[in-house]
Design a protein around this ligand. Structure first.
Ligand SMILES: [Zn+2]
Length: 417
């Protein structure tokens, strides 16, 4: 089985190189937005005049014409611009498949990025700690080599967040499929306890450290709101807030990586609830046909952050388990928190409180999240129903098919280091 893995390092570009990277990222954003506009506003006219749909191929042809006419677009590496067009293509296919919302223009932000094939690049080790990567039209840029890069590198992404520039090497690794004989576990993801395992243990985010950072972000957001629009002090306050947010994202990401690695090396079969990605990506404002009422912006934002963190954990766990020969199974989240892990009775009155589950039928009492984790494991271990068995079971386990991490960090909410 071939899997894609990304390896991220801090990039140490000098001032000239940083200016070039910022400039190229700006051109890529411009091309992305232009391509988006063409698909959004001109597809009807395009079809009427040419009889064809707008596609990557037609947009790539337009890019060639554009580069011949506009010097500052021609100045950027063509591979990076083509990747921007590919991103537009993928954004639309994700939208039409119902995996994401309607593609939005990219904004000028601290999350600029460029991508290019590794065939146009190379990296060289300088010593035990440092290496250089060749970036088209920029030259060799130093990066901090903190680990090996196994596998064949396919794509290089150079991106910036509030904490600086990074380089990500996306590699293809040939992974042997070997069965695992490690134990099975069910995991319930929650707010109070981040992860509850069916073996009765819990894994919690470093809440104290997160609270400190989140309080700081709230204060910085308040300070930013008081600043005069367009003033230098407003820009400075904005940068401070962005740095704190990037730190929060990095902390969560690191925790997700560590916990996923620990669980993947301990268990061979993991059952979790399938996340409702439709609901996660849906805007709190609702749709044009069905506008949301009494939108609680803060609550929806918190939910979005939480959901993004769960999604990230699931992604990491998926590919780390696959590397260990383990299996990730996603079960229908319907009523897992109301089902008794002892007698199987389902009643919403059994969920006595946030923390306590007390079965109304058999009186079985335990921590509500622990109970849910056991129910999730049971649901995951049920064999998939046969077509002859009539109505498919509500608890039909969904086999995890996607085991590679999403790599476009600028599309990933809460993406950080
Ligand atoms: Zn019971």
């Amino acid at each position: 089985m071939i899997v894609l893995r990304g390896y991220k390092f801090r990039l140490y570009a000098d001032d000239t190189q940083q200016a070039q990277l910022t400039c190229f990222a700006g051109v890529c954003r411009f091309v992305y937005n232009l391509a988006l506009e063409q698909r959004r506003d001109w597809w009807r006219q395009f079809k009427a005049t040419t009889g064809r749909q707008i596609s990557y191929t037609t947009q790539n042809r337009d890019l060639t014409l554009l580069r011949a006419e506009v010097d500052w677009i021609a100045a950027a590496p063509v591979d990076c611009l083509q990747y921007a067009l590919r991103d537009v293509e993928r954004a639309f296919s994700n939208f039409f498949a119902g995996r994401a919302g309607y593609p939005q223009p990219r904004k000028r932000s601290e999350q600029d990025a460029i991508r290019f094939p590794f065939a146009r690049s190379r990296w060289t080790k300088l010593n035990a700690k440092w290496a250089v990567v060749l970036i088209p039209k920029v030259g060799e840029v130093k990066f901090r080599l903190t680990r090996d890069i196994p596998g064949a590198i396919k794509v290089v992404t150079v991106s910036r967040d509030a904490l600086g520039w990074h380089v990500v090497f996306t590699t293809e690794i040939e992974q042997p499929i070997r069965p695992s004989d490690k134990p099975a576990v069910g995991i319930d993801r929650g707010v109070t306890r981040t992860l509850a395992l069916s073996d009765g243990t819990f894994r919690d985010l470093p809440k104290e450290r997160l609270n400190v950072l989140e309080r700081r972000a709230r204060n910085q957001a308040r300070a930013l709101a008081r600043k005069q629009k367009g003033a230098n002090s407003q820009a400075a306050a904005k940068r401070l807030l962005a740095r704190t947010k990037a730190r929060i994202a990095r902390l969560r990401r690191h925790w997700n990586h560590e916990r996923a690695r620990e669980i993947a090396s301990t268990f061979g079969f993991v059952a979790i609830e399938a996340l409702d990605t439709k609901a996660m990506t849906a805007s709190a404002k609702g749709t044009v046909e069905r506008p949301g009422r009494n939108v609680r912006a803060k609550a929806s934002l918190n939910r979005a952050i939480l959901a993004a963190g769960w999604q990230q954990f699931e992604t990491f766990l998926g590919y780390k388990l696959a590397a260990e020969g383990g299996i990730l199974v996603k079960v229908d989240p319907c009523r897992t928190s109301q089902t008794c892990s002892c007698c199987g009775a389902t009643d919403k009155k059994s969920r006595e409180s946030q923390a306590v589950f007390r079965c109304v039928r058999c009186g079985h009492t335990m921590n509500a999240d622990h109970n849910a984790a056991i129910t999730i494991l049971r649901a995951g271990e049920q064999p998939a129903p046969t077509p002859a068995g009539g109505r498919p079971s509500k608890r039909e386990p969904k086999r995890a098919t996607r085991s590679r991490p999403r790599k476009s960090s600028w599309l990933q909410p809460g993406g950080g280091f």
